[in-house]
Design a protein around this ligand. Structure first.
Ligand code: UD1
Ligand code: CA
Length: 456
């Protein structure tokens, strides 16, 4: 039997944040969620999460997960955190897998391989270790004649111990019936005055227990998040992973340094992503598209094949195939742009549909509008969808083949029927019947200039 324990109670003071450390996000997903998602692939009987700092918030986040939550009301170190689950594991005789809740890069394959190693070698304790270039901040694996005799925390290391490059990755397998006794032996007489979980190693050695170590192939997996710098480093690694997967799948990314794409994004082959592009949350992009430069797309969103998006922001909307978006378009709040449509320069589309082959090429606001196919929206057309007296929003319907002239205002609710036209400069307050022209502007007058201004 296997039970897992996630240590997630720490304050994370080095982040200098008002929010619990484990709820800080990497690509919109809390650090703790990355850890729990990896753990979900381990065949265990129970997951226990130790909460403490901002326990309320962490508990409410954990509602979505099948885990047992245990409180560590005062945070006195990782050893103390494990003491808090002692009651929960009182009669347990199997393996306890302990994982630091601040290590979001740990992979499920690693956890499973480590558990297999622990069980096959019949160790009573197995540590996950890694060889790193810079060991600052990590507990060092101390060996004598190649045998592990303890872990020394960074702040407690002698000058000689500081040079050790083999570090503790913060994941442990414990044969619980052998190890649990050691918890009561932990002391807090160290630099941080905390009960270190890592002191169990020296205790186990003193008891003659067998201690193994499973070596991480990729030291990045050991990265724990203690600071904003760590948060940025881990985000960068996740981004790199996502970009490499996309490039392997046939996507061209011109500048990987200035492109940020979250792991949930799916992009078809032969699409080119130009510099300064940020694609966030669940977004699907077809093949042969051209996205960017300087474009942000926040999901859920979809872009069909053969579409172009330049210097624009798309938020929770869907774009069809062969569409042409931007530069400087803003498409948001559940808008649907159908195939071959054009949303051009300085055009904002909110909660609207743009029908097939319709075009709004310049300077427009289209809000709560149902624009059918083959419609031409003239430059400067505005849907006046908001009544500031009642606070209500109303719909504008522009039927197939209709067109609006430059600088027209359509005061909603209103319908421009099939094939109808709005004359330039009109403020339209009544529906325009099919195939008719609506003119709603003062008639032009031609008057003589005052005598003094006439050119002689
Ligand atoms: C810890 C290890 C260190 C290892 C490193 C790997 C100890 C003493 N040190 O150091 O050897 O190299 O992780 O990343 O374990 N926590 C609690 N309750 C507490 C204190 C911490 O639940 O009272 C949780 C934190 O929320 C965090 C995890 O335990 O998720 C690790 O704590 P942290 O303070 O980050 O330990 P490190 O100093 O990084
Ligand atoms: Ca840490």
């Amino acid at each position: 039997m296997i039970k897992s324990v996630v240590l997630a109670a720490g304050k994370g003071s080095r982040l200098k944040s008002n929010n619990a450390k484990v709820l800080h996000r990497i690509f919109d997903k809390p650090i703790l969620a990355w850890v729990l998602d990896s753990l979900a692939e381990v065949d265990q009987d129970e997951i226990i999460v130790v909460c403490g700092h901002q326990a309320e918030k962490v508990r409410s986040f954990l509602h979505a997960y099948p885990v047992t939550v245990v409180d560590q009301t005062v945070q006195m170190g990782t050893g103390h955190a494990l003491m808090c689950v002692q009651d929960e594991l009182d009669d347990f005789e199997g393996t306890v897998l302990v994982v630091n809740g601040d290590s979001p890069l740990i992979r499920s394959e690693t956890l499973n391989d480590m558990l297999n190693y622990h069980e096959q070698r019949e160790h009573q304790m197995t540590l996950l270790t890694s060889q790193v270039n810079c060991a600052d901040g990590y507990g060092r694996i101390v060996r004598r004649n190649n045998t592990i005799i303890g872990i020394k925390e960074d702040k407690d290391c002698s000058e000689a111990e500081k040079t050790i490059k083999e570090v503790n990755a913060g994941v442990y397998c414990f044969g619980w019936q052998f190890i649990k006794e050691g918890l009561s032996k932990l002391k807090s007489n160290n630099a941080q005055e905390e009960f270190y979980l890592t002191d169990l190693v020296a205790w186990a050695y003193s008891q003659g227990l067998s201690i193994g170590n499973f070596i991480l192939q990729n030291p990045n997996e050991a990265l724990g998040i203690n600071s904003r710098t760590d948060l940025a480093a881990v985000s960068r690694l996740k981004n790199q992973e996502a970009l490499e997967a996309l490039m392997d799948a046939g996507v061209t990314i011109i500048d990987t340094n200035s492109t940020v794409i979250s792991p949930e994004v799916d992009i078809g082959p032969d699409t080119v992503i130009y510099p300064g592009t940020y694609i966030h949350r669940r977004v699907t992009i077809g093949s042969n598209c051209s996205i960017g430069p300087n474009t942000s797309i926040f999901g859920p969103a979809e872009i069909g094949s053969h579409s172009t998006v330049i210097q624009s922001h798309i938020n929770r909307s869907s774009i069809g195939e062969h569409c042409n978006i931007g530069p400087f378009a803003h498409i948001r709040d559940g808008s649907d742009v159908y195939n071959k449509a054009r949303v051009g320069c300085f055009v904002e589309v909110k909660n609207s549909t743009m029908g097939e082959a319709s075009s709004a090429a310049h300077l427009s606001y289209l809000g709560d509008a149902q624009i059918k196919s083959n419609v031409n929206i003239g430059a400067g057309t505005i849907t006046a969808n908001y009544n500031s007296f009642t606070g209500e929003k109303s719909t504008t319907v522009i039927c197939q083949g209709a067109s609006t002239g430059a600088n027209s205002v359509l005061v909603a609710p209103i319908t421009i029927h099939e094939g109808a036209s709005v004359a330039a400069g009109s403020v339209v307050t009544q529906d325009i019947p099919a195939q008719m022209l609506g003119i709603a502007r003062p008639r032009q007058e031609i008057r003589g200039l005052p005598v003094a201004k006439k050119v002689s």
